[in-house]
Every structure is written in structure tokens, then in C-alpha cells.
Design a protein around this ligand. Structure first.
Ligand code: ADP
Ligand code: MG
Ligand code: ZN
Length: 476
């Protein structure tokens, strides 16, 4: 390719506080429209905002986890624009002195790590939600979301491919989930991403004209939108055309982007300091307190998993990418210390089931105790590995405890030598031809005989023992 792709991402994160950013209204999701509003978030004249302390502490937490520097003087600004979802006609945000700046996230790229710099993380409030009911001659507005606390997390234009954008978002979400400051649910709109993309001839220092993409509702959507836009821009440039700075909407159904508006400039918003919130200095001790209380983050946990449980880079990465999965894994290993075996089950059959059902490990019917019990039954010879897979599937389906499934169905594996020998003899008498082949030197015939014994035992015989006893009976 003749061009280098340049991408910068802006993520909006809804903070999971109980009340809104500047008033006492509830933030509970999915309530009756306009039931969670008050004079402050509706912008009645004379009402006064008060900063939500928890939102502020959450914001500091995120800033520290993203390696940002914290602004010593905290100031809020008004961003002015008129739109029906914004009853105040301005949004409280932060303009020239963001809460924090100069951070970074390292992502895996090209077999190494790549640092994506974070330009700023600032606080602001959300707007209401407009609805355009199909077939109706009206639009509706719900102000419950208006005034909810948001963080805006903006990268430098350090991302060079749609896949890197995807990896950055995945890593960012992983960190945010560890901090437990948001449910990070893109479907509910708690996490939203706008993507800026431009191309420039390889080797060129100056950035190209950027296009801002909106309306992607999954990380895959962001990647697809960027892939489309990368090609579109390339063909415009190849045809000798010029790109215009604009905002384009991603249409997931048609898999295209379409122009929404030419880009507004900062001047259009007439930013000025919010006169109703006095600037204040952050207490350094408070920041240090929050820093000390930060949880172990995905990278640190991955490194510990590698050391403590002797996992590969890949396994440690996968298992620590989601805090719930990492917690589940550690809980299992406490109960069943063969860490590698637990990792294999979690990353194999269990992950497949989670993907299949599109649920999180916390929603799985199988507890760490249940999984540990299952693995112990394999070790004791009570059940075979194959039986364990079936029991696992049933346990996930019915939420029944594996040990109970085994008891109820009488599934116990036959390990008793006498019982196995009886079945073996029966098979050997019946399969005369195969037995003769085997005795005549065709060693592969043994596999068939083992299969027959397993079948005869309805899959319950211990395969190791079957092998052993068969050879004995055949005089090997
Ligand atoms: P604006 O003032 O238009 O919002 P910012 O400087 O705040 O622009 O940048 C918004 C986002 O766009 C950032 O993530 C930044 O890295 C990215 N960005 C800026 N210029 C470009 C460009 N030419 N190509 C791609 N991304 C860019
Ligand atoms: Mg911006
Ligand atoms: Zn309110």
C-alpha cells in the first residue's frame, strides 16, 4: 500500500455511579422515560450543579490506570450547542484543562508491544436520548440519560490499522472492567467509540485530512467501519481527489459509511468556564490513596499467572483479559491445583459454551466448585475424559452440579478389573477374525477391539484399563 493509515479514537464511558454527575437523580437504566430528572439536569434557570464525588474518584481511578498525569487544578467548561436532547443548551465538559492527560496503553502488535498514547481523559455529562418511533409523526425525548457522568478518553493518532484499533479497544475495556467503574456495555451505550481516520503517503510527516466515524455499536463494527473508510479514502486519493473533513455514519446493515455533516470546529461551541462550578485543587494525598487502592490490572495479573501457574503468554493473556474469567480461573485453581488442566478446560469447552450462549462466566450455571469436582472425578478414574465433556455440557445446560449428574445417571466409569475382563472376554470370543489378525501381527487391530469393549460397556469402561486387560487376555 502507498499510504499509511492514521487513526485516533475517542471513547465515551458512562460511569456506574448511583446518581448523576451534577445532581442527585438516579442513573438506573431502563426506567420510565423522564422519571429521573430534576431542575439541575433539565437546566432550569437558577438551579446549581454540584460535582458527584464518586464520579470524580472513578475518573481519577481511570486516569491513573491509563498512566495519565492528573491536572492539579480542576476546571469545568460549558460546551454550547442547541439540540433537542440537550435541555440546557450546553453540556458541562472540560476544555483546555482536562482532568488528566499524557497517558498510554500498550497493545500487542506484530509480535511485540506497541504503545498507544492517550492524549486526555476528561469528565463531562451525557445528553438525553431522542427516539424516532417508526411510522409516527413525531420524535420523543427521554432526559433520564441527560446529566449522567461520562469520561471521554482520547488517543493520540498513534493507531495504524483497523485491527490495532480493535486491539486498543479490547485492552481499554479490559482495564476499565478491572476498575469496576462502568458496566462497559456497548449495547446499553455505556461505552461508545468515535473513530478518526486519515491516510497519508508513506513517509509523509503531515497528517492527512481526517474523517470522523460515528454510530458503531460494537468493536467489530469499529473495525469494519475503519476498513471500509480506509479503502474509500484510498480510492479517492488514487483518483486524484481530495478528502473533506467530515463526520460520517457507519451503516452496519449496508456496510458503508455515509456523510452526516462537515466537521464543526471548537470555535463553534463557544467554550467558556462553567461559572457555577468553582475550580478546585486536587489533594495529592487523595490521588495517592486512590492509586494505592487500584486493583491488580490485566498486565500485572497476566505476568503473575505466567509465574504462579506456569502458563504460556497466550493462555495468561486470554485468561486475564476479562476480570470475571480471571477470578473464576483463580477460584478453580484454589480448589483443583493442576493449573494447566483448569486452563485447558476454561479455554476449551467452557469458552466455547460461553461464546455459543453469548454469556459471561459469571452467568454460567457451573461454579468453580462444580468444575473442580468434575476434574477430580476424572483423576480418580470415576469418569472418563469423554464422559466429563458430556457431563460438563449437561451441567451448563441444566445448572446441575456435575457430581449430582453422575450419581443420578449412574454414570460412574467401570474401573473394576473383573467387570472389564468379563466384557473383554465376550468381545474376544465374538471378534474371532480381528483377534486372529492381531495375533498374526496386525497391531492396529487392537484399536478396533478397544472400541468394541467401550461400546459393549456403553462408554463406561475405563479406556486405560481396557487396553491393559485386552492385551493380557490376548496373551501379549
Ligand atoms: P477535534 O478537535 O477535531 O476533536 P482532536 O485533536 O481532539 O480533534 O482529535 C480527536 C481525535 O482525532 C484524536 O483521537 C486524535 O488522535 C485524532 N486525530 C486528529 N487528527 C487526526 C488525523 N489527521 N487523522 C486521524 N486521526 C486524527
Ligand atoms: Mg475532540
Ligand atoms: Zn437531576
Amino acid at each position: 500500500m502507498k499510504y499509511e493509515t492514521v487513526i485516533g479514537l475517542e471513547v465515551h464511558l458512562q460511569l456506574a455511579t448511583n446518581t448523576k454527575a451534577f445532581c442527585g437523580c438516579s442513573t438506573k437504566f431502563g426506567q420510565r422515560a423522564n422519571s429521573q430528572v430534576c431542575p439541575v439536569c433539565l437546566g432550569f434557570p437558577g438551579s446549581l450543579p454540584v460535582l458527584n464525588e464518586e464520579a470524580f474518584r472513578f475518573a481519577i481511578k481511570v486516569a491513573l490506570a491509563l498512566n495519565c498525569r492528573i491536572q492539579s487544578l480542576i476546571k469545568f467548561d460549558r460546551k454550547n450547542y442547541y439540540y433537542p436532547d440537550l435541555p440546557k443548551n450546553f453540556q458541562i465538559s472540560q476544555y483546555d484543562m482536562p482532568l488528566s492527560y499524557d497517558g498510554f496503553i500498550d497493545i500487542n502488535a506484530n509480535g511485540g508491544t506497541k504503545r498507544i498514547r492517550i492524549k486526555r481523559v476528561h469528565m463531562e455529562e451525557d445528553a438525553g436520548k431522542l427516539m424516532h418511533p417508526e411510522g409516527e409523526d413525531c420524535s420523543l425525548v427521554d432526559y433520564n440519560r441527560g446529566g449522567m457522568p461520562l469520561l471521554e478518553i482520547v488517543t493520540e493518532p498513534d493507531i495504524n490499522s483497523p485491527q490495532e484499533a480493535y486491539d486498543y479497544l479490547t485492552k481499554l475495556k479490559s482495564i476499565l472492567e478491572y476498575l469496576r467503574v462502568s458496566d462497559c456495555d456497548m449495547e446499553k451505550g455505556s461505552l461508545r467509540c468515535d473513530a478518526n481516520i486519515s491516510l497519508r503517503p508513506k513517509g509523509e510527516k503531515k497528517l492527512g485530512t481526517k474523517v470522523e466515524l460515528k454510530n458503531m455499536n460494537s468493536f467489530k463494527g469499529v473495525r469494519s467501519g475503519l476498513e471500509y473508510e480506509e479503502k474509500r479514502q484510498e480510492s479517492v486519493l488514487e483518483d486524484g481527489g481530495k478528502l473533506v473533513q467530515e463526520t460520517r455514519l457507519w451503516n452496519a446493515d449496508k456496510a458503508v459509511t455515509a456523510s452526516m455533516r462537515t466537521k464543526e470546529e471548537a470555535e463553534d461551541y463557544r467554550y467558556f468556564p462553567e461559572p457555577d462550578l468553582v475550580p478546585f485543587v486536587v489533594d495529592k494525598n487523595e490521588i495517592e490513596e486512590i492509586r494505592k487502592a487500584l486493583p491488580e490490572l490485566p498486565e500485572a495479573r497476566g505476568a503473575r499467572f505466567k509465574k504462579e501457574f506456569a502458563l504460556s503468554d497466550y493462555d495468561a493473556d486470554v485468561l486475564t483479559s476479562q476480570i470475571d474469567l480471571a477470578d473464576y480461573y483463580e477460584a478453580c485453581v484454589k480448589l483443583y491445583p493442576n493449573a494447566k488442566v483448569v486452563a485447558n478446560w476454561l479455554m476449551g469447552d467452557i469458552s466455547a459454551a460461553l461464546n455459543d450462549k453469548n454469556i459471561k462466566v459469571t452467568e454460567l450455571g457451573l461454579s468453580p466448585e462444580g468444575l473442580a469436582g468434575l476434574l477430580k472425578m476424572i483423576d480418580s478414574g470415576a469418569i472418563s475424559g469423554k464422559m466429563a465433556k458430556d457431563i460438563l455440557a449437561e451441567s451448563i445446560e441444566t445448572k446441575a452440579i456435575p457430581e449430582d449428574i453422575v450419581k443420578k445417571k449412574g454414570l460412574t466409569q467401570i474401573s473394576d478389573a473383573g467387570a472389564i475382563e468379563e466384557i473383554v472376554k465376550k468381545v474376544v470370543e465374538r471378534e474371532v477374525k480381528t483377534v486372529n489378525d492381531y495375533k498374526g501381527g496386525k497391531k492396529t487391530a487392537l484399536g478396533f477391539l478397544v472400541g468394541q469393549v467401550m461400546k459393549e460397556s456403553k462408554g463406561k469402561a475405563n479406556p486405560g484399563k481396557v487396553n491393559e486387560i485386552l492385551k493380557k487376555v490376548l496373551g501379549d
